[in-house]
Design a protein around this ligand. Structure first.
Ligand SMILES: Nc1ncnc2c1ncn2[C@@H]1O[C@H](COP(=O)(O)OP(=O)(O)OP(=O)(O)O)[C@@H](O)[C@H]1O
Length: 502
């Protein structure tokens, strides 16, 4: 290992600045440190069966993988290493699902602050519409209310909410909605002592009836977890954990998904919060919903964001990442424009799909004429009608295929990232997993009996105990100790009448 100033370290710095991580400029400067590694061999126990997997590394000066794609190195240990772009894998085996459209109107969410009677309004009469088959990103500065909105839309929060939420135009039935949706939170809620395969088995046994248990295998493969089937989840990398969380939610093929970090879609409505996406990742989103201080400042197609802002006198330079720019605007770094934006977008009632949606907002003689913003129901209706056509027409629109590089961004730099895509046109897709397609939307959560679920969870708990010997010994010791204590308390009590407790 050697240290010293080098260009590879500069590359890391440049990348982290692009990602907006350079907010700690006030800290004193350290000399640049370059870390190289040579002939590193790392052996790990990959799972419960003590099988080994070996990582070999030989000198890595370049950190920009894109530059390395296609190049070949000949290693002196008769090894040939070639870096090739990851091949996108698909989930074409998934049955198609009925489209789910979610709309919300004048959503207000208030909380009490601490013990005082102060009421804080986190969401202020926001409206919006999330279409099927689209990947929608919820963006905004820290504290803008993104997670709160996601929690409400996913049905995780149901109280203290004013306003309405509709599903396919009808009032949302929360039990039915929960059955149709999946919510993948930022923290991976995985059981550390289960292997990938066991975790998948438990999830599918809990959620699916026996006849549809087979296709979880495909998910493992598609999400790049095939090789790690026997690895304990606690040993997975951050990206693999995220993908496993997604795979566990995918087992019942939900048509609407909420992510605190995103993935791809296919006829599904996917809504995710995202902090500061790279320009490349940003382009992958179909729709953008941006919040600032609990109000909607933009709703519409990602591509229309820059021209829309321009009509309000907010010019995003060609070299600037639009995602960073809208966050800067929402943070007030370019002046206070929140009110102007909220009015122009009607706090989420308006949806920018094409130029015609904002032509009336175009500045007259360089000044914005907000008085001419469309506000009538008729305009709203025509926008929605156009949107319907858009949704219909965009079935062949890339299917939300994210490149491995982009998915890597999403799953935090994991090396085995793969992309997901779903072909909705698949005519021979297998039979529906749940009964929604046939119209039977019963409020029961899963098609398995309560006894079956109890049995699956009991087996899982016994497995945990067997895997965690420390806990097992502690429990045994505690049981024996309590036994002795109770024994001592009642020792010889039956032979001496004076010791009888009254
Ligand atoms: N139960 C609560 N009591 C008081 N304040 C709350 C409560 N829940 C959320 N807030 C506040 O509401 C605001 C929005 O929170 P939220 O978590 O939705 O923000 P966010 O946009 O997701 O932020 P971040 O990007 O940092 O995750 C924050 O200022 C937060 O402190």
């Amino acid at each position: 290992m050697s240290t010293g100033s080098s260009s590879s370290f500069d590359e890391i710095l440049v990348e982290s600045e692009l990602r907006g991580q350079d907010k700690l400029k006030y800290l004193p400067h350290w000399p640049a440190v370059n870390i190289t590694f040579e002939d590193v061999v790392y052996t790990v126990d990959s799972g419960v069966d003590n099988s080994k997997s070996i990582l070999r590394g030989r000198r890595m000066d370049h950190l920009n993988l894109e530059q390395l794609v296609g190049k070949t190195w000949l290693e002196h240990h008769r090894q040939k290493i070639q870096i090739v772009p990851a091949q996108p894998k698909t989930l074409t085996h998934l049955p198609s699902r009925p489209p789910v459209e979610l709309a919300f109107k004048d959503l207000t969410y208030r909380v009490k602050e601490g013990r005082s009677n102060n009421v804080k309004t986190i969401l202020k009469e926001v409206s919006g519409r999330l279409r099927p088959g689209e990947l929608c990103g919820i963006m905004g500065p820290s504290g803008a209310g993104k997670s709160t909105l996601l929690n409400i839309l996913s049905g995780y929060k149901t109280t203290k909410i004013d306003g309405s939420i509709t599903m396919n135009g009808k009032e949302r039935n929360i039990s039915v909605f929960r059955k149709l949706s999946a919510y993948i939170m930022q923290d991976n809620q995985l059981h550390a002592n289960l292997t990938v395969e066991e975790a998948m088995n438990v999830a599918s046994n809990l959620k699916l009836s026996q006849k549809v248990l087979t296709w979880r295998e495909n998910e493992c493969e598609t999400l790049g977890l095939e090789e790690h089937r026997r690895t304990l989840t606690r040993n997975l990398s951050g990206g693999q954990k995220k993908r496993l969380s997604i795979a566990l939610e995918l087992v019942n093929n939900p048509p609407i998904m909420f992510f605190d970090e995103p993935t791809t879609r296919g006829g599904r409505t996917i809504i995710c919060t995202i902090h500061q996406p790279s320009a490349r990742l940003f382009e992958m989103f179909d729709q953008l919903y941006t919040l600032s201080d609990g109000q909607c400042v933009y709703q519409g197609r990602t591509k229309q964001l820059v021209p829309f802002l321009a009509t309000l006198g907010l010019e995003c330079q060609a070299y600037h990442n639009p995602a960073s720019y809208i966050i800067e605007v929402a943070c007030g770094e370019h002046g206070d424009h929140t009110k102007k934006l909220v009015n122009a977008i009607e706090n989420g009632k308006k949806d920018i799909r094409s130029e015609s949606d904002y032509e009336k907002v175009k500045p007259i003689n360089g000044r914005t004429d907000l008085a001419k913003v469309h506000t009538t129901e008729a305009n709203l209706k025509s926008t929605y009608e156009k949107n319907e056509k858009f949704s219909e027409n965009q079935t062949g629109n890339g299917k939300g295929l994210l490149s491995a590089k982009v998915l890597n961004d999403i799953v935090k730099g994991d090396e085995n990232a793969v992309s997901i895509t779903v072909d909705d046109k698949e005519p021979d897709t297998t039979t529906a997993l749940l009964s929604e397609e046939t119209g039977d939307l019963s409020p029961e959560r899963y098609p398995t009996s309560e006894f079956h679920q109890f049995w699956v969870v009991l087996k899982r708990t016994l497995l945990f105990s067997r895997r965690d010997w420390t806990l097992m010994y502690l429990r045994l010791f505690a049981h024996v100790l309590v036994g002795f204590l109770i024994g001592a308390l009642y020792y010889d009590i039956g032979n001496d009448g004076a010791k009888v407790l009254k």
